[in-house]
Structure formats: structure tokens, C-alpha cells
Design a protein around this ligand. Structure first.
Ligand code: B16
Ligand code: MG
Length: 212
């Protein structure tokens, strides 16, 4: 089982949105929650590029890097205040059940802040492998993050199930030959093999029996 982090394990997707909204305001770019769906799962720099596209603006590389640093500074100010209970409903129990039933678990996140977030949630030792933005060079929808996760677990892609809240992540899972469960709304995740609105009351065996 391969888990995205932001928007699947923890509601940091909201903090990413608030931080980008502030950067968009400084750049004079109107930015809605609908626009934000396009940024989910993308690397920090790729997200800025999409934001600049939306605003039809261009920056030089140095300015782009400064805006990315600034966005991360704002984002981290939210993360520092985050408590263990920021974990999304049902996730702790789902991970616990999955471990108990012998599933192998990996994190597959585009975030370079994944280590800090897992620590804040007390989940550092919950995964058999952690592949994050520091370990990949290609952003979702490229499958690299999940292919590396599957390989770290020693599992064939067709036996892997990815949990994702971003369309870019669903595409990454499929490009890697894996099944993809969308966490969220069908309208935002049209290509997911199945949709859950949360992990509440869900056990891994049910998902496996529906997909594999
Ligand atoms: P950072 P995920 C992704 O994490 C987020 O969905 C995306 O919005 C963010 O830009 C990206 O991480 C990079 O995060 O700025 O913390 O390195 O959803 O793949 O867990
Ligand atoms: Mg995500």
C-alpha cells in the first residue's frame, strides 16, 4: 500500500493552499480553490510555474526560487503549529490494521517536508519505506515516486495500491502500473479506480478485494 502524504494522511493540502494563496496575492494573481486542484501533488517549483501560468506572468529563475522559499516559509509556519490530531479521520486505524494484517506500507510524497510532518504526527516508524521529494527528480504525474516505493517494498506494481488526493498522483500510479484509490471527490479525481471520502471505517482487505 503506497500513501501520498498531503491530503491523504494529513490535511496539509489546506496549508499548501493558504500559502500559495498568499504568494498569489503578492503577485497579483487571482487564485481559487479550483485553481489549487491543479497544484496538488506537484513539486514546489512546478506549482509556482502553474500559478504563474494562471496569472500569465513570468519571473526570472532567481525570483522563482525566492518565491518558492517564501511559500515554504509560510507553509512551515502552519506545520509548526500542527498537532498529532491533524491526522485525517480513520488514517491511524487504517495504518494500524494494515500493519497487523501484514501489508507493506510506503509513503510516496512529492513533499520535501515529509520527514518533519511524519515526525509531528508520530508516524515516523509507521512505514516500511519513505520516498519523498528529496528522493525523486521527476514530479507526479511521472511514476518515479511510486515505482521507487514499490521497489523499496520489493513488490510488483500490479500488486500495489496507491492512495492519492491529486489527479497528478492518480496518473502517476497508473503510469507505474498500479491501482489508484482517490481520496476526495469523484469530480476532482475522474481517473481513480475507486473513490473514498475518508478512511473512516475502512479496512485494507475491502480495498484489496475490490481492486486486485
Ligand atoms: P513541499 P504530496 C505534495 O505532497 C503536495 O500535494 C503539493 O501541493 C506540494 O507542492 C508538494 O508536495 C511539494 O511539497 O513544498 O513541502 O516540498 O501530496 O505528494 O504528499
Ligand atoms: Mg497529496
Amino acid at each position: 500500500l503506497l500513501f501520498d502524504l498531503d491530503g491523504v494522511i494529513v490535511n496539509t493540502a489546506e496549508y499548501h493552499f493558504l500559502a500559495w494563496k498568499e504568494i498569489a496575492g503578492r503577485l497579483g494573481i487571482p487564485f481559487t480553490r479550483g485553481d489549487n486542484e491543479r497544484l496538488k501533488g506537484l513539486s514546489r517549483m512546478r506549482s509556482l510555474e502553474v500559478l504563474l501560468d494562471i496569472g500569465e506572468k513570468k519571473l526570472d529563475r532567481g525570483e522563482e526560487e525566492r518565491y518558492c522559499e517564501e511559500k515554504n516559509r509560510i507553509y512551515l509556519s502552519y506545520i509548526r503549529k500542527m498537532e498529532k490530531d491533524a491526522i485525517l479521520p480513520g488514517v491511524r486505524n487504517f495504518l494500524h490494521e494494515a500493519k497487523r494484517e501484514g501489508y507493506l506500507l510506503a509513503l510516496g510524497s512529492a513533499s520535501k517536508n515529509a520527514g518533519l510532518i511524519l515526525e509531528k504526527l508520530g508516524l515516523t516508524n509507521s512505514f516500511d519505506a519513505v520516498i519523498d521529494g528529496n528522493k525523486v527528480s521527476r514530479t507526479k504525474p511521472d511514476p518515479e515516486v511510486f515505482v521507487k516505493g514499490a521497489s523499496a517494498l520489493g513488490m510488483e506494481p500490479e500488486k500495489c495500491i496507491v492512495f492519492e488526493d491529486a489527479e497528478a498522483g492518480i496518473r502517476a500510479a497508473h503510469a507505474g502500473g498500479m491501482k489508484a484509490v482517490g481520496i476526495g471527490k469523484r469530480e476532482n479525481l475522474p481517473e481513480a479506480d475507486m473513490i473514498l471520502d475518508s478512511f473512516r471505517g475502512i479496512v485494507p482487505e475491502t480495498i484489496e478485494s475490490m481492486l486486485i
